[in-house]
Design a protein around this ligand. Structure first.
Ligand SMILES: [Fe+2]
Length: 378
């Protein structure tokens, strides 16, 4: 059986300032002014780009407002070119996980000493010459407190993962009021992404008691608040609970990270452009069930934290977790999301190749096991 290992050394990194709570958005402008920043550059997706005035930033403000849902290398290069033209002293990520990830890379590579291929992998970034602030507008990715950024290589369809302590924000502002207008479907899908970060860290081969505390509490918050936030987007307590769950999920990602669930979900995004949260949701019940024999007690705790009956029987775990996602209104069949059956083999090849995550899984994931999970989700 796989258990958390208190004897395994672990390093925790987090932004030196995390502002959390309704109304904290106003702190960004105060902070930027106090730091003397005069040329902020905002990296956003198209919906957040329309709201940059809310950030209250001082000085001559630049904007790249076209970060894609699954940003690829050309999309990142366009953001970097726009930033260089503006010549900022502060980069601000504003939106979901994709804009915040791109903002990290723009800040790290702005000075031109390194290119993207130079920094793929852990701790390859040489330094950072500008400030970095992160402002999430969804509750899901937890990217605001993390050191990792992902961009898709269009040639291989692989996600390139860059991890660096220089990509940690100087300030992260988590204002749940920013998520009040997120539609129910996206609230549900991004909420399940936050839960997946917590569950995959909790049941991880590298699980650690320090992170387990955040992970299990993150799942409890999802169990308590996600359905409420989906049912009523104006429920401020539920929105705050989900913002905290997302933050806890982000804290799980740095030192432990995800495992099989995210690896198996990635081809759904890179090949079929299924949003990241939805891709994780459709895979989640099947991976929780597959892993149950390796982590029976933790599986029981996850189900309990979600407010569900507990079980360690894989078929029952799958039914319970799948039912939970369905009640949130999430379409759980990948066939209904436009994935052709003929693609499952190639997707299994791609997921199996994501060793950095597959190797974290508590139960060995063969290519055949991955293919079976795609068929179960079909
Ligand atoms: Fe995720």
């Amino acid at each position: 059986m796989v258990t958390s290992d208190l004897a395994r050394p672990i390093e925790l990194l987090r932004p030196p300032i995390i502002e959390f709570g309704s109304g904290t958005l106003a702190k960004l402008g105060d902070w930027a002014r106090a730091k003397g920043y005069r040329r902020p550059f905002i990296v956003a997706g198209s919906s957040a780009a329309a709201r940059v005035g809310m950030l209250g930033l001082p000085g001559d403000i630049g904007l790249f407002g076209a970060v894609a849902r699954e940003p690829d290398v050309p999309n990142f290069e366009a953001a970097l070119a726009a930033a260089r033209k503006h010549d900022p002293d502060l980069v601000v990520g504003f939106g979901g996980g994709s804009p915040m990830d791109v903002a990290k890379l723009v800040a790290a590579l702005l000075d031109g000493g390194q290119s993207l291929v130079d920094v793929v992998g852990p701790e390859k970034v040489a330094g950072r010459s500008v400030g970095l602030a992160q402002v999430p507008t969804t509750a899901g990715t937890g990217s605001e407190v993390g050191t990792r950024a992902l961009v898709t290589d269009p040639a291989s369809r692989n996600k390139w993962a860059v991890q660096s302590r220089f990509m940690l924000a100087d300030i992260a502002i988590v204002d749940p009021a920013m998520t009040a207008t997120v539609p129910a479907r996206i609230t549900a899908e991004t909420g399940v992404d936050a839960m997946a970060h917590c569950v995959e860290a909790f049941t991880n081969l590298k699980a650690h008691p320090i992170i387990d505390a955040y992970a299990l509490e993150g799942v409890r918050l999802v169990g308590r608040y996600l359905a409420r936030a989906v049912a009523n987007g104006a429920d401020t307590e539920a929105r705050a609970g989900m913002a905290l769950a997302s933050l806890y999920g982000g804290l799980c990602l740095g030192p432990v990270n995800t495992a099989g669930g995210h690896a198996i979900a990635y081809p759904l995004g890179t090949r079929h452009h299924i949003p990241h949260g939805a891709a994780n949701a459709v895979i989640f019940p099947h991976v929780l069930a597959y892993n149950a024999p390796a982590v029976p007690e933790k599986t029981r705790l996850v189900l309990e934290a979600l407010g569900l009956p507990t079980s360690t029987d894989p078929a029952e775990v799958s039914r319970l977790a799948g039912g939970y996602c369905q009640r949130l209104g999430i379409e759980m069949r990948i066939s209904a999301r436009g994935v052709p059956e003929g693609d499952l083999e190639a997707m299994a090849d791609e997921a199996f190749a994501i060793k950095r995550l597959i190797d974290n899984n508590p139960r060995e994931l063969t290519r055949a096991a991955i293919l079976t999970i795609y068929r179960q989700a079909f």
